[in-house]
Design a protein. Structure first.
Length: 177
């Protein structure tokens, strides 16, 4: 049975470390970690989580996008486990969009990201995958990729004026609807 993991909050040194690449994705402890990450991110309505966010400094993250109360407009895609990712190319076209982070509760910020990326990674069975992502998934991938390099989304804000509380962010979404 997967275990719900505690989420490291900003200030924990693990979030600022460069994560270690995985040699053997089949390792039982790492497979259990992946199950725990998927269960944890579903429990807290995240759309992705990186291993350092559960105090494990390994180059693993999940993308688990589905509409939920924190991200009402997230697309529905089957949960993806990403190991040792590389971003092979990124579009020069950038777009600003709202991001939040389970490690920085209560705030959302506008972050500029490439609209399209080409990536390479191992899936959880250790197969090499090459894919392209655009839109919301490209954003989530870049956000989680940053976590493996000790970066969080607030590092990428152009101005602290583009940071708002989650309460006001969600109020804004409701007013648009
Ligand atoms: Ni995050």
């Amino acid at each position: 049975m997967p275990i719900l993991r505690q989420i490291a909050q900003l200030g924990q040194p693990v979030l600022r470390r460069v994560a270690t690449k995985i040699d053997n994705p089949a390792d039982a402890a790492l497979q259990a970690l992946m199950d725990d990450m998927l269960a944890t991110v579903a429990e807290v309505d995240g759309v992705g989580i990186a291993a350092p966010q559960v105090y494990e400094s390994f180059a693993i993250f999940t993308v688990a996008s589905r509409p939920n109360p924190r991200y009402p407009h997230a697309p529905e895609v089957p949960p993806l486990v990403v190991i040792n990712p590389e971003i092979v190319w990124m579009s020069s076209e950038m777009e600003k969009g709202w991001e939040g982070c389970l490690s920085i509760p209560g705030v959302r910020g506008q972050v500029s990201r490439s609209t399209k990326i080409g990536v390479r990674y191992l899936n959880r069975t250790g197969d090499l995958r090459e894919e392209e992502f655009d839109g919301f998934l490209a954003r989530v991938f870049q956000h989680e990729f940053d976590h493996l390099h000790g970066l969080v989304f607030v590092d990428r804000l152009e101005s602290t004026r583009e940071l708002v509380t989650e309460r006001e962010y969600l109020r804004g979404l409701r007013n648009q609807a």
